[in-house]
Design a binder for this molecule. Sequence first.
Ligand SMILES: Cc1cc2nc3c(=O)[nH]c(=O)nc-3n(C[C@H](O)[C@H](O)[C@H](O)COP(=O)(O)O)c2cc1C
Length: 185
Amino acid sequence: MANQTKKTLVIVTHPNLNSSRINKRLTEELLIHEEVTVHLLYEAYPDEQIDVEKERQLLENYDRIVLQFPFYWYSAPYLLKKWLDKVWGSGWAYGPGGNKLEGKELRLAISTGGVREAYQAGGFHQYSYSELLRPFQASANRVKMLYKPSFEISGVREVNDEALEKLAKKYAEFVTQPFLIVVES
Ligand SMILES: Cc1cc2nc3c(=O)[nH]c(=O)nc-3n(C[C@H](O)[C@H](O)[C@H](O)COP(=O)(O)O)c2cc1C
């Protein structure tokens, strides 16, 4: 793979993508882009037993990683935490000989029930997305990844079908054109 432009890997973590509205539509949109690999974590591991070696090999083939998930209790659904705990291990992601993620780009793509204005000091949720997503940023720093701006869809109940179509297109741009920053609610 040396000298070859590597593609983008999007890891979608949704415990029930079939009954999802937002993440399902975003995922469908990505599937039409050949340069993007979509990896559905819950679907790959219905028994939640993550194949660590397989995941590491997958990650090593990509320069850009996007973690896409619905915001659950101000974080990701739990299988993504398990994936981080198991896959980003010592000797591979950090520690002696652990440099396999170094220099790769990490981005997040989240959907939230709460509206954007609620995610600020004084707002209903009090904290901004950047503050709440800090563990991902700190983890990226720890393994020397380049943490980049996120894609956020806020107030999902207020997002009508027409708006969702536009957001899906913008999301595809966010994933396929990493230098273009699109953050929408
Ligand atoms: C278990 C659970 C926890 C949730 N926690 C939050 C939360 O902390 N903040 C928030 O804004 N929305 C929260 N929500 C709403 C989801 O983020 C929202 O339903 C999801 O983004 C919609 O995407 P989907 O259509 O792909 O499922 C939660 C939903 C569930 C089921």
